[in-house]
Design a protein. Structure first.
Length: 140
């Protein structure tokens, strides 16, 4: 049963991560035409995740992930202390310098995050169905 429980945890973690990404995308779209108090236009952000257990990652993997994801172009990373699901940790929000919010790419990212969320829901439902069938076999 522990394998099924871990399937629940994995699916729930994925759902929480995709929901966070969708929230960030919504904030990007809502603030597309906003200027900060210092006059700088709002810059698109993305949520960056890493494994919750540091032993599961290579040294400097967060920095390496930023360099790979951006081609070395990320300017600013702010960290968030909000509670996060087990198995994954929100490493921070990354923004690109001097790049305005592109509504089309944000909508594409939103659709992609929504599809990943739906895949996690399907995995959760499959794990639940396997758990129910296991119980039926044991009682049967």
């Amino acid at each position: 049963m522990s394998e099924v429980a871990s399937a629940f945890d994995i699916a729930a973690t994925g759902m929480a991560a995709q929901r966070t990404q969708m929230d960030v995308i919504a904030a990007n779209l809502a603030n597309a035409d906003v200027r900060r108090s210092d006059g700088v236009p709002y810059r698109a952000q993305t949520a960056v995740f890493e494994p919750a257990n540091p032993a599961e990652q290579a040294p400097d993997s967060f920095a390496a992930m930023l360099d790979v994801a951006s081609g070395g172009g990320f300017d600013d990373v702010s960290f968030d202390d909000a509670p996060v699901p087990e198995g994954v940790r929100l490493a921070g929000y990354a923004e690109r310098p001097n790049e305005p919010v592109d509504a089309i790419s944000q909508m594409i990212a939103l659709v992609s995050a929504g599809r990943a969320y739906d895949a996690d829901v399907s995995a959760l439902q499959a794990a639940k169905q396997m758990d129910v069938e296991t119980i039926d076999i044991e009682q049967g």
